[in-house]
Ligand binder design. Structure first.
Ligand SMILES: [Zn+2]
Length: 234
């Protein structure tokens, strides 16, 4: 098919072009795994990617959430309704997903706007499974959960062990000069964020898929990893 999406690595696909990225992993018999749910009303774009993979909404069997920001769970209610897939998230993220509340970390005007959007167009959805640091989900050969608080207190990342791909959420981004921490002005705890980055870099990822910005590949790195290590003091 002409418009079959190009994989990031075999089996892993990204939805780019909106302000925030969503990733879809083909876990074979275990179905499709969707990482995050984008801005409000993103569910149709996510389901369009699913269809372009030759799958139906019901083939989505897992929705994994990195953190409870509105640009990552905005389309979650609609995606959950369309797929019936259970939602997996940290215990701390559950509070934000199941209630119209947002994690603390943004300046006041953004807090008010995010609160308004959470109450109006975002809605809520039920979390079926809580994960914690060190859990390994039995999907696609192993998805390790890494607690990565910093940008927000509830943040986790997912490490697909066979391919050494990090689904980083907003623990890192590749905007502008990327690979870098999320900007301090929208970071809950910068020291925690740097510790989280040290932990994920210690996994020696081959590929990093961030919530914002293009995919980073160790094989194509042009000194950004070294710059990031220097920044966080590693
Ligand atoms: Zn984000």
């Amino acid at each position: 098919m002409a418009d079959t999406p190009n994989p990031i690595v075999p089996g892993l696909y990204g939805l780019f072009g909106a302000a925030v990225n969503v990733y879809v992993l083909d876990a074979g018999d275990a179905g499709l795994v969707v990482f995050d749910a984008g801005l409000p009303r993103s569910q149709n774009a996510i389901l369009d990617l699913v269809r372009r993979l030759g799958c139906a909404p019901q083939d989505v069997k897992h929705i994994l959430i990195t953190h409870g920001d509105i640009d990552h769970i905005g389309g979650l209610k609609g995606l959950h309704a369309a797929t019936g897939a259970p939602i997996t998230a940290s215990a701390a993220s559950r509070e934000y997903i199941e209630q119209p509340r947002n994690p603390p970390h943004v300046p006041l005007p953004m807090t008010l706007l995010a609160g308004l959007l959470a109450h109006t167009i975002r809605g809520t959805a039920p979390v079926a499974k809580e994960v914690r640091d060190g859990d390994v989900l039995d999907l696609a050969g192993g998805l390790r959960v890494i607690a990565t608080p910093g940008h927000t207190p509830d943040h986790v990342s997912y490490f697909w062990e066979p391919e050494r791909v990090l689904i980083a959420g907003d623990a890192l981004n590749t905007l502008g000069k990327g690979l870098r921490p999320t900007q301090p002005r929208i970071t809950w705890d910068t020291a925690a964020a740097y510790r989280s980055i040290e932990r994920v870099l210690a996994l020696d990822p081959a590929v990093i898929c961030c919530g914002h910005g293009p995919v980073w590949r160790a094989s194509e790195d042009t000194g950004r990893l070294a710059a990031l290590r220097a920044l966080i003091g590693q």
